[in-house]
Design a protein around this ligand. Structure first.
Ligand code: URP
Ligand code: ZN
Ligand code: ZN
Length: 454
């Protein structure tokens, strides 16, 4: 054995038990009480939780939008992930336009990440208009280990609902998952025109410009398309109680509809858009109401939403300040580093989630949905030794200064946390310890997804 974590509380997706964890090379070798490991490095983790490393299934590093590039690149993005107890991230391979072959955009994205990533990573493949017809390219992408596609119902790269339906059919044949950004383009366009006509274009109108109904109607239509195609579907960044309710209703009928939400939709409201720093909180879809926060927690606790991810898409305050209107302010916020501690303090400690439920929404479920399980998302012998030593007694007040995003700010400034990651192990290697990043660029590996065989 190489490493023994001794005396802690092991949290799996099923239970919490007092057990030691032995690691050999990159894998978990044994789990149980009073393990002996002669010659191994021993870490006393008495009073701490041992969790499987979190998976942030929705991040955007060095993403170009117009002339801008997000503040976090593959190195800073995955470094801050390690510091927050996130050992796998899933980013996007995105063609520069519908004419760029999917496989070309995938090769380019893999090349960008290879020497820079500090934690393991997977990719979702963005599919643009017309590319949903190209079964050969879709198949090649899946064969290369990218088993999920991403489409948008709005933005320039949008697909029509009918095209999403065609992609769902292709994905069903390939055993792949289609993930969808749901905001109805017609509703969003009409709202923008109405606001522009009234001269109400300031960033403060962001939430008004993208109403809850735009999300709810898009989710309903995408679920309908998935039903016709007989395919599973995954809705990213659900921001509304109504959207989550649509997913819950489909699931109640036995449908394979899955939903992801983000900490900002659980914990922040659109009141932030009334403040002078509203641009820092501008993301799509926008923040909603306190009732939506509660409804989302309820749907998460009830199992109708399966994943909490962050949609980490960071711009600095200087980049954000260039925005003069809701439609030209860089959209997106940093979040990966605070994912786990926020879910613990505001999900587990407040009674919404049990510890195993937290492990499911942060690790096991995304690993299963995106073909990484049981290598990732499972704390058991044979799985990668991606582990977090979590100290439930450490008190932290979130501030940008304690965090590692190149964006230089956090939307959760001032949030009190009871509990914080003490150490992170990536495949058995210590990459973060008590405030210090100890990892290296290039040590993160691409983890190919496996298609579902069921
Ligand atoms: O505003 C956001 N969320 N930016 C990132 C791209 C997306 O829509 O997920
Ligand atoms: Zn999106
Ligand atoms: Zn996103």
């Amino acid at each position: 054995m190489d490493l023994l974590l001794k005396g802690g509380w092991v949290v799996t997706h099923e239970r919490v038990e007092q057990a030691d964890v032995a690691i050999k090379g990159e894998k978990i070798a044994a789990l149980g009480p009073d393990l002996e490991a002669p010659g191994a490095t021993v870490r006393d983790v008495t009073g701490k939780y041992i969790l499987p490393g979190a998976i942030d299934a929705h991040v955007h590093y060095q993403m170009p939008i117009g002339d801008l590039l997000t503040a976090d690149d593959w190195f800073t993005g995955t470094r801050l992930a390690a510091c927050g107890g996130v050992t796998t991230v899933i980013d996007y391979a995105e063609p520069s336009g519908p004419e760029e072959p999917l496989t070309q955009s995938l090769a380019q994205r893999l090349a960008e990440a290879r020497d820079q990533a500090c934690v393991d990573y997977g990719l979702h493949q963005v599919v643009m208009a017309g590319q949903e017809e190209d079964s050969q390219e879709l198949k090649k992408v899946v064969e290369k280990g990218v088993t999920s596609f991403k489409v948008f119902t709005t933005y320039n790269q949008r697909l029509s609902y009918a095209a999403i339906g065609r992609l769902l059919q292709q994905a069903r044949q390939l055993g792949a998952m289609v993930t969808v950004h749901c905001e109805d383009h017609e509703i969003v366009t009409a709202k923008r025109q109405e606001l522009e006509a009234g001269g109400r274009t300031a960033p403060a109108y962001h939430a008004t410009s993208r109403p809850a109904d735009a999300e709810i109607q898009a989710i309903q239509e995408v679920i309908r398309q998935a039903g016709e195609a007989g395919a599973p579907v995954y809705i990213v960044h659900v921001s509304t109680g109504g959207g989550a309710a649509a997913i819950a209703a489909a699931r109640a009928q036995g449908r394979q509809v899955f939903g992801e939400t983000c900490p900002h939709y659980l914990l922040l409201t659109d009141e932030r858009y009334a403040s002078p720093d509203c641009r820092l909180f501008l993301m799509c879809p926008p923040l909603r109401t306190a009732k939506d926060n509660r409804d989302l927690w309820q749907h998460l606790a009830g199992g109708d939403l399966q994943v909490v991810a962050t949609d980490h898409c960071s711009y600095s305050p200087e980049q954000k300040a260039a925005g003069t209107a809701f439609y030209n302010t860089p959209s997106g916020v940093p979040g990966t580093e605070t994912l786990l501690p926020l879910l613990y303090s505001y999900g587990v400690s407040r009674g919404w989630l049990t510890l195993p439920q937290m492990v499911r929404v942060l690790a096991t479920n995304p690993a299963r949905l995106f073909g990484l399980y049981p290598r990732k998302g499972r704390l058991a012998p044979g799985s990668d030794a991606d582990l977090v030593v979590f100290d439930p007694r450490q008190e932290v007040t979130l501030q940008a200064a304690g965090l590692h995003s190149a964006a230089g700010y956090t939307i959760f400034a001032g949030f009190s946390l009871q509990g914080y990651p003490e150490a992170t192990y990536l495949r058995g290697r210590l990459v973060y310890d008590r405030g210090q990043f100890l990892g290296q660029a290039g040590q993160g590996k691409f983890i190919p997804g496996q298609v579902s065989t069921s």
